[in-house]
Design a binder for this molecule. Sequence first.
Ligand code: FES
Length: 99
Amino acid sequence: MMPSVQVEVRFRPSGRTVRVARGTTLLEAARVAGLPAARACGGDLLCGKCACTLESPGAAEAAGAAERRTLARNRVDPGKRLACAVRLEGDLEASAPGW
Ligand code: FES
């Protein structure tokens, strides 16, 4: 069996770092790191509570239409991302209050 490819996620401001399988969501990585991960909708791209800032945006796909709609509907800064929508494709640094 091929080993899964791991990516490294660094959270700010805590500086906590975890390694998770590529394709894991950023929200799940925060949970693995033991950091608070607000998810009123359970990660269904509805509540906007998991908004965060990607410090290295090139390591994730751009926001899709559903994510952009949720950001707008919840009046979240459109420059932010929803952690439940970000699938980790490479090493990444992200920040949010409490991270
Ligand atoms: S957890 Fe609700 S939008 Fe991400």
